[in-house]
Design a protein around this ligand. Structure first.
Ligand code: FNR
Length: 397
């Protein structure tokens, strides 16, 4: 029997006693809130938030979020890759004002650190993807909502305070896929992110050892209506669900099929090769997202930051280029921008924020990273993102 992850408590720092009998629940909520704020204020960086999240989450949930495929070599490589580049700062540039704003497929953001799609966010906080979407908007960022979200794409759109993209896993049953696309369009999502590095699910051994499964009552919220065809309930694990439902026969022709079926811009997520990047552009992709799925798919794959320069060069100005994988510091964002990314995405840091402080926790993560980006840019002699050009980084073996 798979061991089900216990749902996270609603607030990380909630006092264990319940509100007084005469019902002063609001006071209790206030003290819960201020305790959570204190915890968050004490976190000075993403690593601090991970420590607290690890303490708070059930082991199986932490492992599901933190883990990678097989020996987790790519997971480690994503972090180590940043050490292969060093910054060469400019001096005597007026950086009294540093502008961290960018435009991604026509959406204006004031934070170049955007939210990558991650499944199962209600394991971290009961409001799940709703809390993340609100925080992302408030932080001037943009959220990509996963097909495997635990809140429906419509619920998330209704609560969102900023731009949203929809991440699409392609189902064997094309009717299911087409309905998802139509729903994302109707709900106001601004781009379709097709994940192309997941024909099958990578082997995540931590999850196998833990017998990881969603707790009873929690499900992939996008499929309540289609429960008979794409519902999650009858599958014990994500791996079983993915291999039964997701289409491993997806090819470049399928991307052309999508191009004809949606008016939304299309981003291909999971590209690490220059030839694939060129092909993506030829198929009409508007964005190329360099990613190895946070080391959760092909173990042994190159670090995404090391794959980025060749992809950026191959794409040129024909499409926008983004990157994710192991980004935990503003200085790493600046390296990625200098190597050709227009903006970057983070996955796990958002989950750590969500686990520690719900919406406020995600906001804290995004604010911290934006502040670090602004400081690193200033110290590197860049008054805006565009000034972080290729000359700002050198490779060091
Ligand atoms: C993911 N990722 C992911 N990607 C995707 O396209 N659809 C998805 O549903 C998910 N789900 C998911 C769950 C969890 C728990 C993680 C950690 C990751 C991959 C994600 O979008 C992104 O590529 C990586 O997380 C980026 O690496 P970092 O920032 O987590 O190091």
């Amino acid at each position: 029997m798979p061991r089900r992850a216990a749902p996270a408590r609603k607030s990380p720092s909630a006092p264990r006693r319940s509100p007084s009998r005469n019902g002063n629940a609001r006071n209790a909520e206030r003290s819960t809130g201020s305790a959570a704020s204190k915890l968050l204020d004490g976190c000075l960086n993403v690593a601090d938030l991970e420590v607290l999240a690890k303490r708070k989450l059930p082991r199986a949930t932490y492992d599901y979020y933190a883990g990678g495929a097989e020996d987790e070599r790519t997971l480690a490589r994503n972090r180590a890759g940043f050490e292969r580049y060093a910054l060469l700062h400019r001096v005597l540039v007026n950086v009294e004002r540093v502008d961290t704003s960018a435009s991604v497929l026509g959406s204006a953001v004031t934070n170049p650190v955007l939210v990558a799609p991650t499944a199962y966010q209600r394991l971290a906080d009961d409001r799940g993807e709703i809390a993340t979407a609100r925080a992302a908007g408030e932080a001037g960022s943009l959220m990509t909502v996963s097909t495997l979200a635990t809140r429906s794409l419509e619920e998330v759109a209704a609560a969102a305070t900023g731009p949203l993209w929809f991440q699409l896993y392609v189902y064997r049953d094309r009717a299911v896929t087409e309905r998802l696309i139509a729903r994302a369009e109707a709900a106001g999502y601004r781009a379709l992110v097709v994940t192309v590095d997941t024909p099958l699910l990578g082997r995540r051994e931590r999850d196998h050892r833990n017998g990881f499964a969603l707790p009873r009552g929690m499900t992939i919220a996008n499929f309540t209506e289609d429960a008979d065809r794409a519902g999650f309930e009858r599958y014990g694990s994500l791996a079983a669900y993915a291999s039964a439902q997701l289409d491993p026969s997806l090819t470049w022709e399928s991307i052309e099929w999508f191009r004809k079926r949606t008016r939304l811009p299309i981003v291909l997520k999971g590209i690490v090769r220059a030839d694939d990047a060129r092909r993506a552009v030829d198929c009409g992709a508007d964005g190329v997202w360099v990613s190895n799925h946070g080391g959760r798919q092909l173990d042994g794959c190159e670090a995404s930051v090391l794959a980025l320069p060749a992809v950026a060069e191959a794409v040129g100005s024909a499409a926008e280029v983004y990157v994710d994988g192991g980004i935990r510091r503003g200085s790493e964002v600046v390296k990625a921008l200098a190597l050709g990314a227009r903006a970057v995405f983070v996955g796990r840091p958002i989950l750590w924020g969500l686990a520690v402080g719900g919406e406020r926790g995600v906001r804290r993560v995004l604010d911290l990273l934006r502040e670090e980006v602004a400081l690193s840019l200033a110290l590197a002699g860049c008054a805006d993102l565009r000034s972080a050009d290729r000359s700002l980084v050198v490779s060091c073996a």
